[in-house]
Design a protein around this ligand. Sequence first.
Ligand code: AQP
Length: 324
Amino acid sequence: MKARVLSGVQPSGNLHIGNYLGALKNWAEIQGQYESIFCIVDLHAITIYQQPAELAAKIRETAALFIASGIDPEQSSIIVQSSVSGHAELSWLLTCVTPLGWLYRMTQFKTKSEKQETIGAGLLQYPVLMTADILLYQAALVPVGDDQSQHLELARDIAQRFNSLYGETFVMPATSLPSVGARIMGLDDPTQKMSKSAPGTGHAIGLLDDPKVIAKKIGRATTDSSPAVDLENISPGIANLLAIGEACDPTFRKETAASMRYGDFKKRVTEAVISRLEPIQKKYREVIADPGYLEGVLADGRQRVLPIAEETVRKTKAAMGLYV
Ligand code: AQP
């Protein structure tokens, strides 16, 4: 039997090259080796207010981008988190074994809550819901970008605590990070992680950005005061562009960029990004134009995973002495 893999993306904005290189690309590469479940985590997205009609459209757009990025719905189950009630149900059961102090320590909670006028309880609860997503399917491996490593450690702590309180119930999930592209930084500020919600048009390369827009964004990306790439002394902006180039194009080597003038170097990175994204954009347009197909994929995915989710919730409730 193949080990199970679970991962997800929030439909909280425009997916960017960080989401692709940190997560989607890796998922597409490993999906054949595992029993894979990839999830549009809409319940996570609502930890911050989302305009309902936009959220509904983003859920479908994200599903179409999964398929366009190479996730094969025949091989992998593509699901919408809110369509399987076990995510929310298990989340409550796990909340009851999670010390509050563990949640206050989460870096993402600290950063995201600083930006909110009112901090919803769901934002603090976010990593417990993520733990539920993983444990619900007894996933052995969770391929994510580096920003999620702390949440994964917490997921293991919660699983361990539950198992020691109520007996062996959950598989301990391992983290899988991509070798290149695990943390793509903002083009305008290479000290900040590239993020969907960051303001400014020069921050992120959207997966659906027009090639001209991509060229403009990379052309304006922050570098430093040197005229050319100096591999002995790489600034954060250049390191980020090198990582993007290498992750998009396997023939792109750091060494070949040595001494390239910044203008030429940025052109080379732009070419690597555009040739990586062009086929994804083409496939995306085909998939999004066929809503019936997309709904079928999501309904199919749900049907496949439902028995696993129901069994885990039953087992967890029984372990806790709840009425089953
Ligand atoms: N900059 C990044 N570099 C590499 N990987 C990244 N991921 C996100 N940003 C980068 C990975 O993409 C997957 C899905 O992320 P998410 O949508 O669940 O949430 P996020 O990590 O919080 O993404 P954003 O883009 O920063 O969204 P907002 O602004 O809405 O919070 C995860 O595997 C993540 O590691």
